[in-house]
Write a protein that binds this ligand. Structure first.
Ligand code: C2E
Ligand code: CA
Ligand code: CA
Length: 626
């Protein structure tokens, strides 16, 4: 009464019992509301603090621990009480939930189930049980005397459920309950944020098809490791070579199963300790300590996997590249992944199943890079690159019936370079699109030049399957055709069988578009790929161009084999009603065998070598006047 100035009334004469009662009770009410306000104000500050503490936590462990500490602080749970956070899987009963983190008395129950915790409170067991069962079924927080159950889930993102069980020494005051309710909003948001972060990071760092880490993860892992650890690391890249072929010939499910099994075998064969990531569709990267690197024999064994797929043994060949990070320049250690990939590429290119990175290889790679740069500037400056044309002939009469554009590069100091050298290098980068675009534009111009001299023969040019992926290239092609300055029937594109089949899904669609526009399609180097009849028949091809190795073998060491292939391809072309042409005809014997077997068209040094456009024109003019 002294505190609230109620004592002055003692002296008042008119103070009746009733009046005193009213005054005292109204003052007590005021006191109560002031206290509540104070608690609330303090509570608000606490919630703000608590919320700050939990928002800085991004993993579930750190987050729950902080939340537990903050709940204890908010409602004053001392050591004799306890707060526990349990994680419940969707199909579990609430009692089966496992306790992730706990404080106070509950600490000893961490990693155990709620059921076990309840055994320690026999008299209250049933009440608590129904308390949190109710919380789970109503998805609300429940308070009952000194026990509370807070329930959260992140169902919008994943199927995680969380239960907080709070045991306070005394019955919770309404003010405490309101604090908990307000704080729960923040907890709920926190769980949601973590769920979202998890999802994002699993999308960004995880390959969901194979349940392994992906390239982003590997990059992060590598960048975050110390220079010391990095220098102790060996990177082993494994490319499962027939993945794409399998995907096309046998379907995506089959190819994926093959990859899964391949990964499983590689895990066993490579090393007991490593981290693995899927770097490309068909390539894995294993990171391991140098001391765990398998020896050459073991690595060589791992290049041939024997898988059991649909009850058939499937032999799968792999290319392996090994890069010891200690072997690369300090300045380049952040490029380790790219260098490992380049090593793999180099091995693949050279046909060696196992390729170790070495400084010499680095130099070769450097040279390739230099070549790319030079090629780039040749393209930009439109200098040094020109086309030659190799005629296609009637095998019987020798008459020119068409021509193929072949690119030549006059290198600033290395002389004329064969496309066999620079095209494969360009194909490893986007440069191939620019090159082929240049060729295509030039071919259009050259056909016009021929037309102006009253010469109309079909002219073909080579494309890479990578051109079909390139919107730039396809758009340029469309624009050139739409100008309608040349008859599309005078134009033919050549794509190799291997590339067509490796990128079958894209190639098939694009070839359809191209042939619908009236441009012819020729399948180059035919017989060297592994396409099935079903696939060939679906490609919109007008011509099969038999690979020159078969033609040359006709007069080589195994003429019978070559002859069998030559005949088989002829049968195929009859079957699919396509034209057929043989390339690389170097002598009369080869020409005669081809003629005997129903071939009418051919190309090769026997007739002509690739020549400048002007020479081709002269020859054609000569041919026309006879
Ligand atoms: P390809 O399309 O199979 O071209 C045939 C290659 O064989 C040409 O080599 C040609 O000069 C050569 N050749 C022609 N007749 C004979 C012969 O009787 N005997 C022998 N031994 N060889 C003969 P080239 O010009 O060096 O071209 C190599 C490859 O580079 C081409 O093979 C083609 O795949 C590619 N290529 C050439 N130009 C381009 C282009 O503009 N774009 C693309 N993407 N690739 C191109
Ligand atoms: Ca060709
Ligand atoms: Ca060819």
């Amino acid at each position: 009464m002294r505190d609230f100035d109620v004592d002055e009334y003692w002296n008042k004469v008119d103070l009746t019992e009733d009046k005193l009662r009213t005054i005292v009770s109204s003052n007590i009410r005021t006191w109560q509301s002031m206290t509540e306000l104070n608690v609330a104000r303090r509570g608000l500050q606490m919630i703000v603090d608590a919320s700050k503490a939990i928002t800085s936590r991004h993993n579930i462990d750190g987050f729950t621990k902080t939340v537990l500490a903050e709940i204890s602080r908010l409602i004053g749970v001392p050591e004799s009480g306890g707060v526990a956070c349990a994680y419940r899987k969707a199909q579990q009963t609430p009692e089966e939930s496992v306790i992730l983190a706990a404080t106070g008395d509950f600490v000893r129950h961490e990693q155990r189930s709620i059921k076990e915790l309840l055994e320690h409170y026999p008299s209250e067991k049933n009440a608590i049980h129904s308390l949190f069962s109710e919380a789970v079924s109503t998805t609300e927080h429940k308070f009952d005397g000194s026990w509370s159950a807070l329930y959260f889930n992140t169902q919008d993102v994943n199927d995680h459920h969380y239960l907080f069980l709070v045991k306070s020494p005394k019955k919770l005051l309404p003010s405490h309950i309101s604090l908990l309710m307000v704080f729960s909003e923040n907890i709920s948001n926190g769980f949601m944020n973590i769920a979202l972060m998890d999802k994002l990071s699993s999308l960004a760092f995880f390959d969901t098809e194979l349940n392994v880490a992906n390239r982003n993860w590997l990059q992060r892992q590598f960048q975050n490791s110390s220079t010391f650890d990095r220098k102790e690391t060996v990177m082993v890249l494994v490319k499962v070579d027939d993945f794409y072929t399998c995907e096309i010939l046998l379907g995506a499910d089959y190819a994926l199963e093959m990859l899964k099994q391949a990964l499983e075998q590689l895990r066993k064969r490579l090393s007991p300790h490593f981290a693995v990531a899927r770097l490309e569709d068909d390539t894995f990267a294993f990171l391991m300590h140098r001391s765990n690197l398998p020896d050459t024999v073991q690595l060589e064994n791992a290049t041939e996997l024997s898988l059991e797929l649909e009850e058939i043994t499937h032999k799968s060949e792999c290319f392996i590249a090994v890069l010891d990070v200690a072997d690369i320049d300090d300045q380049e250690s952040d490029k380790a992944i790219r260098l490992a990939e380049a090593t793999l590429h180099a091995g693949h290119h050279a046909g060696s199943a196992l390729q170790y990175y070495s400084p010499t290889l680095r130099e070769e790679l450097g040279a390739r890079y230099l070549l790319l740069k030079e090629l780039h500037s040749a393209l930009n400056e439109k200098s040094g690159l020109k086309l030659k044309y190799q005629p296609k002939h009637d095998l019987e009469t020798g008459k020119i019936i068409g021509a193929e554009a072949l690119l030549r590069w006059q290198h600033p100091f290395r002389g004329e370079l064969s496309p066999g050298i620079f095209i494969p290098v360009a194909e490893t980068s986007g440069l191939i699109n620019k090159i082929d675009m240049f060729v295509m534009q030039q071919v259009f111009k050259d056909i016009k030049t021929l037309i102006n001299s009253d010469i109309a023969i079909p002219v073909s040019f080579n494309v890479s399957s990578r051109d079909f992926d390139s919107p730039l290239f396809m758009e340029a092609f469309r624009v050139l055709l739409s100008e309608k300055t040349i008859d599309p029937a005078l134009l033919e594109i050549e794509i190799t069988e291997t590339q067509a089949i490796e990128n079958y899904n894209i190639v098939m669609d694009v070839l359809k578009v191209i042939s619908d526009s009236g441009v012819k399609v020729s399948i180059d180097d035919f017989g060297t790929g592994y396409s099935s009849l079903a696939h060939i028949s679906k490609l919109s091809a007008h011509t099969l161009k038999v690979d020159q190795t078969f033609v040359q073998q006709l007069t080589g060491t195994e003429p019978d084999n070559a002859l069998a292939v030559i005949r088989m391809i002829k049968k195929l072309s009859d079957e699919f009603s396509t034209d057929i042409i043989a390339e690389g005809v170097e002598n009369e014997r080869q020409r005669d065998v081809l003629l005997e077997n129903g071939y009418r068209a051919g190309q090769g040094y026997l007739f002509s070598k690739p020549m400048p456009l002007t020479e081709l024109r002269t020859q054609l003019q000569h041919q026309q006047s006879h």
